[in-house]
Design a protein around this ligand. Structure first.
Ligand code: NAD
Length: 251
């Protein structure tokens, strides 16, 4: 089928759905100017991923912090980075009562900035810091991110960005919230994720086993495309999601 036919089919399924769930990865934010971690132009081609290992952060805090600050807070936190039309469609669908939540592997906060209220942050969120000693969370904007790693103003403990480092577990509320949402939905939209990162990549299969229709948007086929995807839309999510939405408006 042609892309346009598939867009029509996706719009038909989503118009009739009672409970849509969005499942997003790095590709969803690519059009906002955030590069992927892997592949061409990926961050790990320039930096050593070990700097994001939790043990390395404790043992070589200063070295690790230097890279984290440069990658995530000098570059990613640039105000020019804003939600793109794909993020905005997901927020609109939630406001219209069609979409129950977004499950995201992204740490960039862009779904929340776009207006989504129920966002399961599978890998955490860089816009917050957490104290490794007392667990207090602080908005990153409230901290002075200097060359020295930030410390907690309550207990003096070392703080870290509130996203998952290598060697850390998935936040329980995000994990169980995602599983439940995948079990209950009738349409599940996979957007801009290669499906290589575990255990996040197990969530779409849960939706499929529970009878949801699987719609996928990606620039290239992923690990899901030939296995669980019902409607595959090849292209940029910032272009395809608005096209689906426009057809749903007409339905
Ligand atoms: P990935 O890098 O493994 O895969 C990205 C996928 O997006 C690819 O399949 C690619 O074909 C597709 N893609 C690229 N541009 C696209 C576009 N405009 N529209 C639609 N699809 C597009 O990403 P992943 O599966 O999310 O896994 C990477 C891990 O790295 C995640 O766990 C995530 O936490 C993290 N990460 C997050 C960010 C972010 O927060 N924005 C950025 C990079 C990496």
């Amino acid at each position: 089928m042609e892309l346009q036919d598939n867009i029509r089919e996706a719009a038909r399924i989503l118009s009739g759905a009672k409970n849509i769930v969005g499942f997003t990865g790095a590709g969803t934010s690519a059009e906002s100017g955030i590069p992927p971690f892997r592949g061409e132009g990926g961050i790990w081609n320039q930096y050593d991923p070990n700097s994001l290992d939790i043990d390395y952060y404790y043992r070589h805090t200063k070295d690790s912090w230097k890279i984290i600050r440069e990658v995530f807070y000098n570059f990613f936190s640039n105000n020019a980075i804003q939600p793109n039309p794909g993020h905005r469609v997901l927020a609109k669908w939630e406001q219209e009562g069609r979409l129950s939540c977004v499950i995201t592997q992204n740490i960039d906060d862009l779904h929340t900035v776009a207006g989504n209220k129920t966002v399961y942050e599978f890998h955490g969120n860089m816009s917050r810091f957490v104290c490794t000693k007392c667990g207090r969370k602080v908005d990153a904007k409230r901290l002075k991110l200097t060359e020295e790693p930030p410390h907690c103003e309550h207990c003096g403990g070392l703080m870290k960005p509130d996203f998952i480092f290598f060697g850390e577990g998935i936040p329980e509320d995000a994990y169980y919230g995602s599983v439940k949402a995948a079990e209950k939905c009738d349409a599940f939209v996979i957007i801009g994720t290669s499906g290589q990162v575990s255990p996040a990549n197990m969530i779409p299969g849960i939706a499929k086993r529970n009878g949801a229709k699987i719609i996928e948007i990606n620039m290239e086929p992923s690990t899901y495309t030939n296995y669980i995807t019902d409607v595959y839309l090849q292209g940029k999510s910032g272009e395809i999601l608005p096209k689906i939405d426009a057809l749903m408006e007409q339905a």
